[in-house]
Structure formats: structure tokens, C-alpha cells
Write a protein that binds this ligand. Structure first.
Ligand code: 1OR
Length: 299
């Protein structure tokens, strides 16, 4: 299908095309995941962002005594420590150094230590500033390096990235097609991408409804029990379809169970955002109908 998320994942425009991708073994991927787990910068990444980070990271082996970062230099990479220990030094005018405390004649005062699972080099990349400290390896180290563009694109630029990612997809969702691009961008900001394995339930009949869903990729079915209690397929959903609106519109319990058929990816919208951004949905539907008959509903 043209213009969908799968297509976007391969070609996401100017930001993404300049991001490097280093193929990795499962073993390497597991090692990076482990190394970035404790790090706050990597929390709340969706699957796609995580895949981008993992892909863009480059393994760097550093011997003991290597100056990985020099204070005052321009920032090029952000590093995650998989193995080894590094010392952090800050140099200032008129500093009194104490070799017993680990201070370094040239690099200045020892202010911190970086160990497994920690990271460094984010300041210069976040603030476009010179390196604020020097980093010297104490032992041989295995580091994962993320270049400046990838760092900023993936870790700093959540909002615009999300908008880019969802822009085309949302414009192809029939119920949203008549919205203005700015209206869709606001929806993109609050959408949460989730994946379900084959047979998993996205919605369970009878439960309270708190979210609305758009199908990003894959398929789902709506199931209702017949008189004998047997679940029957009452509806099928594919890319661009939506479900979960009934409970939100009518404030009733979920009227059916919606289950993934094969791997399913949905974008979820919370109830408040649904009301604020899509409400009243009936108006949007009316607008779509209006356009079919050649007029545009007043706003
Ligand atoms: P960077 O890009 O500036 C040097 O490159 C890195 O050292 C820096 O990002 C941080 O990731 C890391 N002050 C400045 N940078 C520090 C410090 C630090 N600790 C680690 N880095 N400290 C304040 C010293 C007055 C120590 C804080 C515990």
C-alpha cells in the first residue's frame, strides 16, 4: 500500500534519510537494549523509535587511557557504556588540583565516573554547546555511539517525528480525511502506537471504554457472542479503519471484543483527546458525507 507507515519507515524524509543504519546481530541488539535500559533518555520510545536508535548505534572499542571526549571540543557523538569504566574531568581556571582525589594534571578535577549502563556526551548535543567535560577511559571499554543527527532526531524530536510519521497515515484515514492538516497534527501528537500479537484482545466486550483506536497496519476482527454464547465475527478492520468509538460516544461498556488477526499495530487515542480533537465525531462524519455531495460543511 502506498504512503502508509511501512513505507514511511523506510523513507521518512530529510531527518531519517541522513540517519545511519548499522546492521546488528541479535546478540548485539540484546547487549544494547541491556545497556540503554537504565537510561532515562530511552524511556517512552515506541517500537519504531527504539528500532531506529538501535540501528543507528555504532559499537566502539576503546583501550584504557583513551580520551573519548575532550572538554571544549564540538559534540559529535553520544555514548552508552556497555562495559568498562570512564572518568569525567572538568577543567576550570585557577582550579586547585588534588592528585589523591584522582584529579588529572591536564584534564582538571575528577567530577564523576561512568560505568556500565550509564551514558555521557548528551549535553553538547542537546544544547549545541562545546563539550562540558573530558572523558577518559580507565579500563578497556565497549561503548555504543549515537551520532548527533540521530540523537536529535530520535531522542529529542519526539513531537515533530511523530507528526511526520503520522502525517500521511492520518490523511489516508477516511474519517479524518476532511480535517485540516493542523487538526491532524494535533491528533498525531497524542496518538500512542501499540502492537498486538495474533489473537490478542485490544478491546474486551463489557469493559469500560477509555480509548479510541486507528489501525496502522495488520487486521483485527470484532467479535460478539451469539445466543448460544459462541463468539461470532461481526466486523473486520484493516489499515485506516477505526474502532472503539461507540463506548466513548455513548458512554456505554464496550459492545464487542476486538481481537488482532496476525500482528496488529494500532494508534490509540485517550478519551479526553478523543472528545477534544475528534469531537464531535458526528460533525466530522457529516462533513465527509457533505463532501460526497459536493459541498463543504460550515466550521
Ligand atoms: P558533553 O556533551 O558536554 C562531556 O560531553 C560529558 O560529560 C557531558 O556531555 C556529560 O554527559 C558528562 N559536568 C559536565 N558534564 C558531565 C558531568 C558534569 N558529569 C558527567 N558529564 N558534572 C558537573 C561538574 C561540575 C558532574 C556531575 C556529577
Amino acid at each position: 500500500s502506498a504512503g502508509g507507515l511501512e513505507v514511511l519507515a523506510e523513507d521518512e524524509g530529510p531527518g531519517a534519510t541522513s540517519m545511519p543504519h548499522y546492521p546488528k546481530s541479535e546478540e548485539q541488539l540484546a547487549r544494547i537494549r541491556n545497556a540503554i535500559k537504565p537510561n532515562f533518555l530511552f524511556r517512552n520510545l515506541d517500537e519504531e523509535q527504539e528500532a531506529d536508535v538501535l540501528g543507528a548505534m555504532k559499537e566502539v572499542q576503546v583501550p584504557a587511557g583513551d580520551l573519548v571526549i575532550e572538554q571544549g571540543a564540538a559534540g559529535d557523538f553520544f555514548y552508552v557504556v556497555e562495559r568498562g569504566v570512564l572518568d569525567v574531568y572538568v577543567k576550570r581556571d585557577g582550579q586547585v588540583l588534588d592528585q589523591d582525589k584522582g584529579d588529572h594534571q591536564k584534564l582538571g578535577k575528577k567530577v564523576a565516573e561512568c560505568k556500565e549502563g550509564s551514558s555521557f556526551g548528551e549535553l553538547a548535543l542537546m544544547h549545541n554547546a562545546p563539550r562540558a567535560a573530558s572523558i577518559l577511559s580507565l579500563t578497556p571499554c565497549t561503548l555504543w555511539a549515537l551520532d548527533r543527527v540521530s540523537f536529535r532526531t530520535i531522542l529529542l524530536d519526539h513531537t515533530s517525528r511523530k507528526r511526520r510519521l503520522y502525517e500521511i497515515f492520518l490523511s489516508e484515514v477516511p474519517i479524518l480525511a476532511t480535517l485540516q492538516p493542523q487538526e491532524r497534527a494535533k491528533i498525531a501528537d497524542v496518538l500512542e502506537s501499540r502492537t498486538y500479537a495474533d489473537g490478542e484482545d485490544v478491546i474486551v466486550a463489557g469493559e469500560a471504554g477509555e480509548e479510541f483506536f486507528l489501525v496502522e497496519s495488520g487486521e483485527a476482527v470484532a467479535l460478539k457472542s451469539d445466543e448460544s454464547g459462541q463468539p461470532q465475527v461481526v466486523k473486520q478492520y484493516g489499515k485506516g479503519d477505526y474502532f472503539g468509538e461507540l463506548a466513548l460516544l455513548n458512554r456505554q461498556a464496550r459492545a464487542a471484543t476486538v481481537r488482532a488477526q496476525g500482528k496488529l499495530r494500532v494508534a490509540a487515542l485517550g478519551e479526553q483527546a478523543f472528545t477534544r480533537l475528534l469531537g464531535p465525531v458526528k460533525d466530522i462524519m457529516a462533513r465527509s458525507v457533505g463532501e460526497m455531495y459536493g459541498y463543504t460543511a460550515a466550521r
